[in-house]
Design a protein around this ligand. Sequence first.
Ligand code: SF4
Length: 215
Amino acid sequence: MINKQQKTKIFLTFLNEKYSDAECSLVHRNPFELLIATVLSAQCTDERVNKVTRVLFDKYPDAESMSDSDPEELMEIVRPTGFYKNKASNILKISKKIAGDYQGKLPLDMEKLTELPGVGRKTANVVLGNFGMAEGIVVDTHVKRITTRIGIVSADDPEKIEKELMVLIPKNRWNKFSHQVIAFGRDICRSRTPKCNECGMNKFCAYFLDKGGVR
Ligand code: SF4
């Protein structure tokens, strides 16, 4: 019987073979832009966020200019991402705090990032991981679903899943791992219709094997 450590090792090798190029799909030029894009990406596709941020960052290229923006105008720009009132309010507060307290430079520090309005551990992990300062693993809906299906985590809560993964996965893979799993989730291990029969992990996947190896 294969244990979680062995299964994780197989999964990491599989991800490296199949998704070696996976990277953050939110377009950004610096940590501040990635933070704003990540806040906007809640309940929205990265593709749509990228369309919105093209306009947003063109008009407000830094925290200072965004902090001076007209709230109504900001709301209109981010409207296509959904939950736009909350998102506009949060990015305005974030940019004011960064412009005011941090001289316009986003602090790459978990504690300071998670003090910003609307920024939780997952969002902070996205920013830190992509700028070489990973302090954890991004556990989004894909990472949660797939690691649970394969059977390498047992918790239900994303923060607990993250802790389990941090024990299993070498630190130098933390950032890449999430991007690779997200790519795998979009490609094969989809939420409603996973393509188990063509999946290279099916021999090791608890979900597939529990169903008698047929899907
Ligand atoms: S076998 Fe199916 S459920 Fe398991 S990882 Fe592959 S696609 Fe996902």
